[in-house]
Design a protein around this ligand. Structure first.
Ligand SMILES: N[C@@H](CCC(=O)N[C@@H](CS)C(=O)NCC(=O)O)C(=O)O
Length: 205
């Protein structure tokens, strides 16, 4: 398998899941900051021009964080990265969808890429402020629903935690936000995991 990831991007969550699985995989860095994700060689991999993308061993490419996370967890059930029961799987997907489909674009893309939402240059400040307010509200909601403190699900660590990881890491880092206590504990617990430490070091190299 080969992961296409961007340094500092949401793809770090998939990078963490791959590392947790303990299987061999390759990585290819695709910077979203210098526009490498919009160059023809990457568009041939992922025409959506986004990271993450996962090239599987048969050469086919899977995109969209929640789907890649679910596919990796379900393909390797022995790793225990998704609950084995129907309800637990549904709750995992519920978190992945909320974190990647709402919190990421509405809370953080607004802050980091206001030009995607603003009608003109002067409107960008309003968009950023809206992103900060939305992100704060979303993180408060997460705070109230963390069932497994520090993990999202009462059943324990899952691929959903890798999604909260990239968001909390952005919030505490690039966005300069103060995390609610349980979300802060979640981030610390993630950073204490050897797999997460290896990924952080690899992406920083
Ligand atoms: N819906 C996609 C969103 C992925 C996404 O927005 N990735 C960002 C990096 S965090 C990206 O590739 N942005 C590049 C761009 O929009 O130019 C997913 O869940 O995988």
């Amino acid at each position: 398998m080969k992961l296409f990831y961007g340094p500092g991007a949401c793809s770090i969550g998939i990078h963490v899941i791959l590392e947790e699985l303990g299987l061999p995989f390759e990585t290819q860095r695709v910077s979203t900051r210098d526009g490498s994700n919009r160059k023809p060689d990457y568009l041939a991999i992922n025409p959506k021009a986004k990271v993450p993308a996962l090239m599987r061993d048969d050469g086919s490419v899977l995109t969209e964080f929640p789907v890649i996370a679910w596919w990796l967890a379900k393909s390797h059930p022995g790793a225990g990265l998704i609950p084995p029961d129907f309800e637990g799987e549904a709750r995992t997907l519920e978190w992945l969808d909320y974190l990647c489909g709402t919190v990421h674009p509405q809370g953080f893309t607004r802050q980091f890429r206001p030009e995607n939402f603003a009608k003109d240059e002067a409107d960008k400040l309003r968009v950023v402020a809206q992103g900060v307010a939305l992100a704060q509200g979303y993180l408060e909601l997460v705070e109230g629903r963390i069932a497994g403190d520090p993990w999202l699900l009462a059943s324990g660590y899952s691929v959903a935690d890798a999604a909260l990881f990239f968001l909390a890491n952005w919030a505490a880092g690039r966005a300069g936000m103060t995390l609610p206590p349980k979300v802060a504990r979640h981030l610390e617990a993630m950073k204490a995991r050897p797999a997460v430490q290896r990924v952080i070091a690899r992406e920083a190299a």
